[in-house]
Design a protein around this ligand. Sequence first.
Ligand SMILES: [Ca+2]
Ligand SMILES: [Ca+2]
Length: 105
Amino acid sequence: LYGGAQGLLDAGGAARSVAWNQDTPGVPGVAEAGDTFGAAVASGDGNADGVPDVTVGSPGENASLGAAWLLRSGSAGGSTAFSPRTLGLPDLSTAQKYGKPLSSR
Ligand SMILES: [Ca+2]
Ligand SMILES: [Ca+2]
């Protein structure tokens, strides 16, 4: 949901929203059953440019290894996915469900 000076609703009482998934142009990956993309969502200005960014968790990605997506400035364009594999972390055989908990700052 887009926010504004009036909150989540505009002056006319309407809300505008956007939806993303892994098949949205600019969002890395492929939407698959069990991804649980969006199981956790957090917002905050992670790169301190004054524009809120959105982080989306997908703990079911890659057989529940899990991953998280960073949508800079709340936009699909140029978004990035992070997983234990892309970060070079140990690739355990057990489900890590990376991206299940997210926090804002
Ligand atoms: Ca996927
Ligand atoms: Ca930002």
